[in-house]
Design a protein around this ligand. Structure first.
Ligand code: ADP
Ligand code: ADP
Ligand code: MG
Length: 535
């Protein structure tokens, strides 16, 4: 769009990719988000210093903060987002539900009133009928939420939800909802301009979740009928209009999964008043650049397209690649990304990332490494593209969920679109298989990489202890053999290596393996060419 970009950064991000990409960058404080990315004062200082004309708040931090939107306006910059009143109206799930009720948007049966005593809330749960869900009214990111299956568990769950909500959001107001069975999360992308125009850009299915957090998103939603799509789209546009919405927003619905093909089985959950993490799948199927639309609308332009001009083309899937360890209950990981290779961008594959090889995944922010998005004419082909893209994704240095995502993209139940929010929990054993011990092929590749690396005069110059750097004519074949030792999980694997012409012989317990090859620098990424037992 020809717009000059200004980045902001904390101490931890001084060398970050977004800083390198921007035309200009301003320091806004120490690494903890509270003192930098969440500091309205430091951000408005940066607006003043840089003379920024507009602020795009992204999708974390202060992107749904009405006070920040007001502070931007006061500092003379356009906030690329909805009016502060619309943010406030949707910020409380309880208020939002009351508003939606009057706009005739279907709600999950439940209680979202002001009385917060045990008797009222437990009484509401009994009226609704178990199972119910207790939710933090101010909640987000799946926190402050408790499923309750029976009356005798209600009090304890309520205490837990209130405690979590108070500490995470500084507000312990809760609401009670019917827990929808076979739930699917389907959300509608909406856009409104400041001239009274409002459209939707179809739906995204975000049913694949862990602990109420999205892991895989796709569009369109498998099995959703045209009639249900139109009804849901109209409800989403009505929701946006009811709060005088301007800009990009997402209206989230919970859908009864067994009735996804029929109209009338979706219920409003909440509206997110910002760009969503999963917006690329909508961009891939509509051809619309949502961020460009956000900027145009913030500049006062009308919506670039009418509802009847918007169409769906093909199918798109997004996975969230995280530094986390699925084998350790998805524990977040920190560390250096020693090696990072993504599949090349194409019409079918898109990678959104903020890190490069050599960068650190720090403890300060979300451990997401990238979003990988694939597109094709139909769902199965888009998923095949995803399996290929994940196979070409290489991360060394921190443990990631890459193999877990690949297992999801190959799971028969997922391929059959048997979607619901409990999918990952139900199939967890299939999706996080025990890696087992390394195969002879894998071990041979590791051993070959090690001996070639040790031999390489350029890669190994700095190591005076390496026999390969000795100038005394030492040769492995002159000495007989050496021993290599690898750690494989908790086990130690040890074997002899012999040198035979240009080949190496590895004496594995399972039998000898012959190997030869070379290391390629590949512009720093690094790869190995290997011939193992003739293959
Ligand atoms: P958050 O603000 O944390 O995103 P949401 O209200 O959007 O909270 O709910 C998060 C997730 O919790 C949903 O995507 C869905 O998986 C689950 N959920 C929410 N409400 C219900 C419900 N009434 N029945 C079943 N599952 C629900
Ligand atoms: P392209 O040339 O389109 O990049 P590839 O030659 O890498 O594709 O792969 C052909 C097809 O096979 C692709 O559609 C890809 O999704 C799939 N594919 C490639 N590698 C793998 C793999 N290791 N596992 C599963 N599927 C793969
Ligand atoms: Mg939500």
């Amino acid at each position: 769009m020809g717009i000059r970009t200004i980045a902001v950064y904390s101490d931890a991000d001084a060398g970050a990719m977004h800083v390198a990409m921007a035309d200009e960058a301003h320091h806004i404080g120490p690494s903890p988000a509270r003192s930098s990315y969440l500091s309205i004062e430091n951000l408005t200082d940066a607006i003043a210093k840089s003379g920024a004309a507009a602020v795009h708040p992204g999708y974390g931090f202060l992107s749904e903060n009405a006070e920040f939107a007001e502070a931007c306006a006061a500092a003379g910059a356009v906030f690329v987002g909805p009016p502060p009143d619309a943010i406030r109206a949707m910020g409380s799930k309880s208020n939002a539900k009351t508003l939606m009720e009057s706009a005739s948007v279907p709600l999950v049966p439940g209680y979202h009133g002001a009385s917060q005593d045990l008797e009222t809330l437990a009484g509401a749960a009994a009226d609704i009928g178990y199972p119910v869900l207790i939710k933090a009214s101010a909640g987000g990111g799946g926190r402050g939420m408790r499923r309750v299956d029976a009356a005798e568990e209600f009090e304890k769950a309520l205490e837990g939800a209130k405690r979590e909500s108070a500490s995470a959001f500084g507000d312990d107001t809760v609401l009670v909802e019917k827990f929808v069975t076979h739930p699917r999360h389907i959300e509608m992308q909406v856009f409104a301009d400041s001239h009274g125009g409002a459209v939707h850009l179809f739906e995204r299915d975000c049913s694949l979740q862990r602990r109420h957090q999205k892991v895989v998103e796709e569009a369109p939603a498998p099995g959703l009928s045209d009639a249900a799509r139109v009804e849901m789209g109209n409800a989403a546009v009505a929701a946006a209009r009811a709060v005088g919405y301007v800009g990009a927003g997402t209206v989230e619905f919970i859908v009864e999964g067994l009735h996804v093909s029929e109209p009338g089985h979706f219920f409003f959950m909440e509206m997110n008043t910002r760009l969503q993490v999963e917006h690329p799948v909508t961009e891939m199927i509509t051809g619309v650049d949502l961020v460009e639309w956000q900027i145009r609308i913030a500049a006062g332009e009308p919506l670039p397209m009418r509802q009847d001009e918007l169409t769906v083309d093909g199918h798109a899937v997004e996975v969230r690649l995280y530094a986390e360890n699925p084998a350790r209950n998805f524990l977040p990981q920190t560390g250096r990304l020693d090696h990072l290779v993504f599949p090349p961008d194409s019409a079918n594959v898109r990678v959104d990332t903020g890190v490069r090889g050599g960068d650190d995944v720090s403890m300060y922010y979300d451990p997401m490494i990238a979003k990988i998005i694939t597109w094709d004419q139909d769902r199965n082909t888009a998923l095949r593209r995803m399996r290929g893209a994940l196979a070409k994704t290489e991360v060394v240095g921190v443990v990631t969920n890459r193999a877990f995502l690949a297992a999801v993209a190959a799971h028969p139940a997922f391929l059959a679109a048997e979607l619901e929010t409990g999918f990952i929990e139900t199939h967890l054993a299939d999706l996080t298989p025990d890696a087992g011990v390394a195969s002879p092929m894998m071990l041979a590749l590791a051993a070959l990489g090690e001996v070639l690396d040790t031999q390489s005069p350029t890669l190994n110059q700095g190591d005076p202890a390496s026999p390969w750097n000795a100038r005394d004519g030492w040769r492995l074949n002159g000495r007989g053999e050496s021993i290599l030792r690898f750690r494989d999980g908790d086990a130690v694997v040890e074997f002899a290596v012999r040198y035979d012409g240009s080949d190496f012989l590895f004496d594995f317990a399972s039998g000898p393996v012959r190997a030869a090859g070379s290391l390629n620098d590949d512009g720093g990424a690094g790869s190995i060419f290997a011939v193992i037992d003739g293959a």
